[in-house]
Design a protein around this ligand. Structure first.
Ligand code: ASP
Length: 399
């Protein structure tokens, strides 16, 4: 049986067992089952910094010249920004039609503790590592990427024998990382079961009901964006038919759905793109780590849906200028969102603030954030892969 089928079966099983077990068995589940899920996640996390750093350096050095790097970088970031803006608009459209929160009986007095939203320039400021070792130790991906970029460019500029030694070293290190990731993936079905069971047992169907419309909007938006935008990109510009594309992505999508972490899914996404979708290693190792931190289309759909939901709940009409503002800040916020569970919720504060929507709305969304996160993370990593396929094709033509 193939791995993604096994993962899917364990996902379904965890829902069934979680609903049957319910809250009563939560202490047992938390004590004995949840830690196994955490161990699985930790194993994947263990590989994030090494694989990002080594493969990015290899990716950059394999481009051979800094001009090519600039060209791919420009195209990648350009496509990322356009798909992100489209995602927010889809979020608006779906929420506008379904109308989550319309006529909702808002319980006033819910005062969420909102973390200070980061201001826009801080996102850019934080990209430059003052101490790269510290950034790596903290698994801060964006500064690690910037550092890897510099190391890669430095190696290209040095050239010759000295550069060759380093290129071979990073290439071998990346290879070892991929091997370890493949080993970790063997236990994914068990990891996924143990991760999901506590979530289902704790939340049950009841908690989800009042906010089902928001979840529905997120799910519909995710499907529209994934099927409409990504499979179109993959087939028109990437030379993959949609069925191939989704089949190739299924493992990574399921890991994203259950872990809610783009960064955590990155190693699997890289493996799938190379082995199943035929994306070259140089493109994979540049486009995907960048995407796992910069490109968050699912998070953008979520920003669109949640702003409409919160506006509806509080009876605040949103004008076109406010919607444009949400598209702008949402795009920037999604760039600054870390690829870890729940990061989008914090960035939503920045978007709400930008148009004066009440931050109390976050409390409502927070309750179902984990479920929304499952959808948004799946979209996030699928978008990275779709862009990788497109860049891979365009580079083949440019070569
Ligand atoms: N969990 C998401 C991700 O890792 C980020 C978010 O919270 O929106 O892609």
């Amino acid at each position: 049986m193939n791995l993604s089928v096994k993962i899917f079966i364990s996902l379904v099983l965890s829902v069934i067992v979680g609903l049957i077990a319910g809250e009563a068995s939560l202490p047992f589940i938390k004590w004995w089952i949840a830690p196994i899920g955490t161990m699985f996640i930790n194993l994947i996390k263990m590989m994030i910094v090494p694989v990002v750093f080594c493969s990015l350096v290899v990716g950059i050095t394999s481009l051979g010249d800094t001009k090519k790097l600039g060209r791919i970088g420009f195209k990648t970031v350009g496509i990322y920004l356009v798909t992100t803006a489209i995602a927010i608009i889809i979020g608006f459209a779906v929420a506008g039609i379904i109308g989550p929160g319309v006529g909702a009986d808002f319980v006033s007095g819910a005062q969420p503790k909102v973390k200070e939203a980061p201001y826009i320039m801080k996102v850019f400021l934080d990209m430059i590592p003052t101490n790269p070792i510290d950034s790596m130790a903290k698994a801060a991906i964006l500064p690690t990427i910037v550092f890897a970029l510099f190391i890669g460019v430095g190696i290209i500029k040095v050239g010759g024998e000295k550069a060759d030694v380093l290129i071979r070293f990073f290439d071998a290190s990346a290879e070892v990382c991929y091997k370890i990731i493949a080993m970790i993936m063997e236990i994914a079905p068990y990891g996924v079961f143990c991760l999901l069971l506590p979530v289902v047992a704790a939340n049950g169907p009841k908690v989800l009901l009042p906010l089902l419309t928001v979840i529905a909007c997120m799910a519909v938006g995710a499907v529209i964006h994934t099927v409409g935008v990504y499979s179109t990109m993959a087939s028109i510009w990437g030379g993959h038919n949609p069925v191939d594309f989704f089949r190739g992505m299924s493992e990574a999508m399921m890991i994203a759905f259950t872990t809610c972490s783009s960064a955590g899914t990155l190693p699997v996404n890289m493996k799938n793109c190379q082995e199943k979708l035929g994306v070259s290693r140089e493109v994979t190792s540049f486009v995907l780590p960048l995407g796992a931190t910069l490109n968050m289309d699912g998070t953008s759909i979520y920003m669109g849906v949640c702003s409409i939901f919160i506006a509806n709940v509080f009876g605040i009409p949103l004008g076109v200028d406010q919607m444009l503002m949400i598209v702008l800040t949402g795009t920037i916020a999604s760039i600054g969102t870390a690829g870890v569970p729940g990061a989008g919720l914090i960035m939503l504060a920045m978007v709400l603030q930008s148009v004066g929507l009440p931050l109390e709305g976050l409390a409502l969304v927070a309750g179902i954030d984990r479920v929304l996160d499952m959808f948004r993370t799946t979209v996030n990593i699928t978008g990275d892969a779709a862009v990788a396929i497109v860049i891979n094709e365009s580079e083949k033509k440019a070569a």
